[in-house]
Design a binder for this molecule. Structure first.
Ligand SMILES: Cc1ncc(COP(=O)(O)O)c(C=O)c1O
Length: 369
């Protein structure tokens, strides 16, 4: 069998969830498990977070759309689920009602669709305000009248004000403060409970914790902050993308490796071929020098990533052999950790794209079920 596997450590997921709860003890943590739990498998992650092993079970999950919610319900997940983008068409309301989903409302047509629908019980609504992200939501000057309309609607259940930050990860952001000021004013005017904080705000912006917070990427062990703090250092990687060396060769100084001959050996070198490539979701933009762990020791990518393979300079790792463990991110068997955030920087991207980019071809294996 091809040795490439994404190992998912559900104990690490629970640890990170508890950390999110402890960052904001007065607030409830809705675990964001959209995009198949950022590539980790939404059903397995939901079951791990709603299970008895967790003293503080996740009180709600958040997904992007009804299809993602239905996959969870079909697998027996009972916990409330919030649709972060609400419904995409009015006919989805019958599913929202039947499967006891909570919906965000970001547009007038959604409000009108709810008004025209007769649910079996009032549907909890998270009213989305555009406080500065300029993606989804009502403008702040419209939000109060929509809120009052919802308060008067028998179709709408418990109401929350929701918004999303554009720059919560930045160390010093005037724009974050501007968004916060808009939201605090609205919450005070409407006496509305707030749901604002994503992972960076959960970890670094206590003023944004509100009644609910919405941690996503931190649950999977990635540090979302521009500058790490003592909380982010406690995060544990959930996914370990692990493979093996499948071939080894020695090449002379000056010889090129891989497509286009991008990397040239600076000395006589030992090159390991690893079973992982962009056809598995490993980013092809990874530069020469991108770290990997070989037998738990740091080594460097040498040459362009191919579809099914990549090449690593293991000249300084004498015990590297065919079958040696190669960790592309996550935790090696000797306990050494390679941060996905470091790998992402070498690919000029963010951990989110690497995690959600691991393709179905890569089997997921779960520990701590
Ligand atoms: C509306 C909303 N809330 C929360 C999150 C979670 O953000 P993060 O993964 O940065 O914690 C996202 C992620 O994209 C989102 O779109």
């Amino acid at each position: 069998m091809r040795p490439l596997v994404a190992h998912i450590d559900l104990d690490a997921l629970r640890h990170n969830y508890r950390l999110a709860c402890s960052c904001a003890p007065q607030s409830q943590a809705v675990a964001v498990i959209k995009a198949d739990a950022y590539g980790h498998g939404a059903v397995a992650c939901a079951k791990a977070l709603e299970g008895d092993v967790l003293e503080k079970k996740a009180p709600a999950f958040a997904v992007a759309c009804i299809e993602e919610a239905m996959a969870l319900r079909d697998a027996g997940v009972q916990t409330p689920i919030v649709l972060l983008e609400g419904i995409f068409s009015a006919d989805e309301l019958s599913y929202v009602d039947k499967h006891r989903l909570w919906m965000s409302i970001h547009s007038r047509w959604q409000l009108e669709a709810l008004q025209a629908f007769t649910p079996s019980a009032p549907i909890p609504v998270w009213l989305k305000v555009d406080s500065g992200m300029h993606r989804l939501g009502f403008a702040p000057e419209q939000a109060a009248s929509v809120w009052r309309k919802l308060e008067a609607m028998p179709e709408a259940g418990a109401l929350h004000l929701m918004s999303h930050f554009a720059t919560a990860d930045a160390t010093d952001s005037a724009y974050f403060s501007q968004q916060m000021a808009i939201l605090e004013a609205l919450a005070a005017e409407l006496n509305a409970p707030l749901c604002l904080a994503n992972s960076p705000a959960t970890l670094a912006r206590p003023e944004a914790h509100g009644a609910w917070h919405r941690p996503g990427v931190m649950l999977y062990g990635s540090d979302p902050l521009e500058a790490p703090n003592k909380l982010t250092r406690q995060l544990q990687p959930v996914m370990t993308l692990r493979s093996e060396i499948i071939s080894l060769r020695e090449i002379e100084a000056g010889e090129p490796v891989g497509y286009g001959g991008r990397w040239h050996a600076p000395r006589r070198s030992r090159i390991a071929v690893v079973a992982a490539g962009y056809g598995d979701g490993y980013d092809r933009h990874a530069v020469d020098g991108t770290p990997v762990l070989v037998n738990g020791k740091r080594a460097a990518l040498a040459g362009k990533v191919s579809m099914d393979m990549l090449t690593v300079d293991v000249t300084d790792i004498p015990d590297a052999a065919i079958g040696s463990e190669v960790v592309l991110w996550g935790k090696a068997q000797n306990g050494e950790v390679l941060s996905i955030d470091e790998v992402a920087r070498c690919c000029d991207t963010i951990s989110y794209t690497l995690l959600t980019g691991v393709l179905p071809r890569v089997p997921r294996r779960y520990d701590g079920v």
